[in-house]
Design a protein around this ligand. Structure first.
Ligand code: MN
Length: 257
């Protein structure tokens, strides 16, 4: 088995090394192609106006000056001798739940793998954003190999990927595994933080707010908060089937097929 490992936190991120260890434990030939710098929040963007720079940093390890999507394209189309049997993206520093999925470069790398026909899994480790707090990557590393082995027995439909999130707990404190649906936060979680530079001019950061959502049961948010590993199947087909007839009715055209 040949596994492509990538992430959005960059080639030097600790979570990447933990995921390489997971891939090695699966007995795979591991290839790593990851961004030079932290690409968190770039989602499924690709570089069309800048060239990609490829740097070999070790045996079967490469850094790309580009986005996670660029990395997957470079790996599959250029770097690797054959298409990989599996793509693993992560282990992200922080959870990718609910709306996060639409911003996530970690999930986007798995989306790109799926588009290229490679079974793909995104892995993220939740942690509290307290200063100097590091994610408990040991939890994801301990639990991921067994989960992935079981998931590899599954023939996923085309256009489908898996999004796995590990709770902010030690491995022996995990409650179990739940298959979940994508949740939705019922609070505004991004705010604008206004600051002043050295000359008194304003600048701004996007900032996470501390408000906690009250997630619905069965969602990724709810499960990770309750201490369960969350496994969510995602589809890259974003069509909202149930709304098609309503839209057709509004337009006075035949319903969608
Ligand atoms: Mn990230």
């Amino acid at each position: 088995m040949r596994i492509l490992v990538t992430n959005d936190d960059g080639i030097h991120a600790p979570g990447l090394a933990h995921l390489e260890a997971v891939a090695a434990e699966l007995g795979a030939e591991v290839w790593t192609v990851a961004p030079e710098t932290d690409q968190s929040g770039v989602a499924h963007s690709m570089s069309l106006n800048d060239p990609l720079r490829l740097r070999e940093v070790g045996e079967r390890r490469f850094a790309v000056r580009g986005t996670p999507t660029d990395c997957v394209l470079m790996a599959v189309r250029h770097v690797m001798p054959q298409v990989p049997d599996l793509l693993l993206s992560g282990i992200n520093k922080g959870q990718n739940l609910a709306e996060d999925i639409t911003y996530s470069g970690t999930v986007a790398a798995a989306i790109e793998g799926t588009i290229l026909g490679v079974p793909s899994i995104a892995l993220s480790q939740a942690y509290s954003f307290a200063p100097d707090k590091q994610p408990p990557y040991a939890t994801a590393e301990a639990l991921a190999p067994d989960l992935i082995r079981k998931l590899l027995t599954l023939k996923l439909p085309a256009e489908t990927l898996l999004n796995i999130n590990f709770p902010d707990r030690a491995p022996d404190a995990i409650e179990g595994v739940r298959v979940t649906r994508q949740g939705r936060r019922n609070v505004d979680f991004l705010a604008i933080d206004k600051r002043s530079d050295g000359r008194g001019n304003p600048y701004y950061w996007l900032a996470y707010q501390g408000q906690r959502a009250q997630p619905d049961a069965g969602t990724d948010l709810d499960s990770v908060r309750a201490g369960y590993v969350s496994v969510t199947p995602l589809s890259i087909d974003l069509t909202h089937g149930r709304v098609m007839d309503d839209v057709a009715g509004a337009l006075g055209v035949a319903p969608g097929v």
